[in-house]
Design a binder for this molecule. Structure first.
Ligand code: IDP
Ligand code: MG
Length: 141
């Protein structure tokens, strides 16, 4: 029998998503698929918090630009739950690069290259149960 342990995921509406009034659109897609909203918070993170969140990318060429992008305005953080919610929400988000993310996905439908030199893609979603637990403790301490 299939395991039914309920999983959780951290979702962030990144500054471009908030700026472009896409917060409700993104959450609506996740809710309509059937996942359950567990927690929600408006956040204006300092650089330390963003560095903790993106620790795995520290040292990569795009890391300083990523932190600039993520500091460019408010963020909305949320926790959703459900069986296989991580795979489900990441599928709704689409590929990292919005230019080629599949149509029908959040990044594919609403994202593009704006010429900022950064990869602005509206939404963050945890990629494993371990990441989700770590990230939820950062944003919902
Ligand atoms: P993900 O958000 O799809 O999980 P990750 O590889 O974990 O993608 O990267 C985290 C974030 O860092 C991306 O969402 C994007 O904003 C940014 N990023 C990833 N790769 C690049 C890159 O090659 N250039 C610029 N920014 C990048
Ligand atoms: Mg990631």
């Amino acid at each position: 029998m299939r395991a039914m342990a309920t999983e959780k995921i951290l979702v962030l509406i990144k500054p471009d998503g908030v700026r472009r009034n896409l917060t409700g659109e993104v959450f609506a897609r996740i809710e309509r698929k059937g996942y359950v909203l567990e927690n929600l918070a408006w956040q204006e993170p300092d650089r330390d918090k963003l560095a903790q969140h993106y620790a795995e990318h520290s040292g990569k060429p795009f890391y300083p630009g990523l932190l600039d992008y993520m500091s460019s305005g408010p963020i909305v953080a949320a926790v959703f739950s459900g069986e296989e919610v991580i795979a489900g929400v990441r599928s709704l988000c689409g590929a990292t690069d919005p230019t080629v993310a599949a149509p029908g996905t959040i990044r594919g439908d609403f994202g593009r290259n704006w010429g900022s030199g950064r990869l602005e893609n509206i939404v963050h979603a945890s990629d494993s149960p371990e990441s989700a637990e770590r990230e939820i403790s950062i944003w919902f301490a």
